[in-house]
Design a protein around this ligand. Structure first.
Ligand SMILES: *Cc1c(COP(=O)(O)O)cnc(C)c1O
Length: 400
């Protein structure tokens, strides 16, 4: 076993060797521009791109013509939300989303608010779930778009997407879903979901960084979205610019692997995740689990450790790459808006850890992490004057 251990697969994943292998020919040999239509270099690149389009479409039960390549889920979210808003602003200026969306949705709708749109941010319950009835009640005459994520990146909670899709369809409102975190981990079925737009990313499913896709099934979709990037008319005019052929090939391969291994992998990851939670919670008191107990991603665990100081906890766990509820982002020091939405105090948020278990984690690594977490939390609590006192006062049973 090698230290440091990577257990932050929700942030990004290593490229699967099979994916890398599929990409390699497209750097030096098959380097053609798929938009070059007059010779074989171009044709072969185009063939590779079209194969990837099929592989991706297959994983989400879509048709290859419904896939537009982008630089990642952030761009896909921008294209979906700004593209629909701009195209349909004559029909209405109201958008519905919810508070635990990824910043790549929240920051886009905030931008839209500054440009004449009205946004409803639905709350979530203590498990992170949106209530479909709230969606229904938030609808207005002027609502054009609902944007709700499939799986939350911090707590793994899976939203009731099919119900929300049904509501959107009943009302004739477009439904966008950020599925960056769901893809390859739980079934993504755009038909069953009734989704019009779905954002995808390669680097969360063992593909390369900097490539993603937007699924779209808007009415007459080839012209129904205002593009963000103009110039050359690539990708049906929806996203101009020479395609990232090796990246796209890798994304396709990553989807193919996911399609054949997802069920088995999910079971393995769920078992590792349960082992991790069992190993930690059976030995440490006052640990709470964030996110829905069942309706969540198989490899995700988000735990809060009461009576522990967040920074010391992270320092004690150096050697394990994981995320805390308080991230030092490029934009500054932030506490998780997701854990805030669940009602956690700032202090508890700082003492929260997100474990993202993935394809290359082993049981041995999980056991090592359990050991380190136990040892660190116990050491910090032994130093803490408030821990014993509050434990004596509190009747709150430790959670799971
Ligand atoms: C990672 C992630 C994104 C951003 O995807 P990029 O491809 O890195 O731009 C968006 N939404 C969710 C839910 C994510 O987990």
């Amino acid at each position: 076993m090698q230290v440091p251990i990577y257990m932050d697969y929700n942030a990004t994943t290593p490229v699967d060797p099979r994916v890398l292998e599929s990409m390699l020919p497209y750097f030096c040999e098959e380097f053609g521009n798929p938009a070059s239509r007059t010779y074989a270099f171009g044709w072969r690149a185009e063939e590779a791109v079209e194969r990837a389009r099929k592989q991706i479409a297959q994983l989400i039960n879509a048709g290859p013509k419904d896939i537009v390549f982008t630089s990642g889920a952030t761009e896909s979210n921008n294209l979906a939300l700004k593209g629909v808003a701009e195209m349909y602003r004559d029909q209405g200026t109201h958008i519905i989303t919810q508070v635990t969306e990824h910043k790549a949705v929240l920051d886009v709708v905030k931008w839209l608010e500054r440009h004449g749109f009205e946004v409803t941010y639905l709350p979530v319950d203590s498990d992170g779930l949106v209530d479909p009835d709230d969606v229904r009640q938030a609808l207005r005459e002027t609502t054009i778009l609902i944007s709700i994520m499939a799986a939350n990146n911090e707590i793994g909670t899976l939203q009731p997407i099919e119900e929300i899709g049904r509501i959107a369809k009943e009302q004739g409102v477009f439904f966008h879903c950020d599925a960056a975190q769901a893809l390859g981990k739980v079934p993504v079925d755009v038909e069953a979901w009734g989704a019009d737009l779905v954002s995808l990313s390669a680097h969360k499913i063992y593909g390369p960084k900097g490539v993603g896709a937007l699924y779209l099934r808007l009415p007459d979709s080839r012209v129904a979205l205002d593009p963000l990037i103009h110039g050359g008319g690539h990708e049906f005019g929806l996203r101009s610019g020479t395609l990232n052929v090796p990246g796209i090939v890798g994304f396709g391969k990553a989807c193919e692997v996911a399609a054949s291994e997802m069920a088995e992998e999910a079971e393995r990851l769920r078992a590792l995740r349960d082992r991790l939670e069992g190993g930690i919670c059976s030995h440490i008191e006052e640990v709470t689990r964030n996110g829905h107990p069942e309706r969540r991603l198989p490899g995700t665990s988000n735990l809060s450790f009461a009576y522990v100081e967040g920074e010391s906890l992270m320092m004690g766990l150096s050697g394990i790459a994981l995320s805390s509820g308080s991230a030092c982002t490029s934009a500054g020091h932030e506490t998780s808006h997701v854990l805030t939405a669940l009602g956690l105090s700032d202090e508890l948020i700082k003492a929260s850890l997100r474990f993202g278990i993935g394809r290359f984690n082993t049981e041995q690594e999980v056991d090592y992490v359990i050991e380190r977490v136990r040892e660190t939390v116990e050491r910090l609590r032994a130093l803490s004057p408030i821990f014993d006192g509050s434990r004596a006062l509190s009747n709150v049973p430790s959670t799971q």
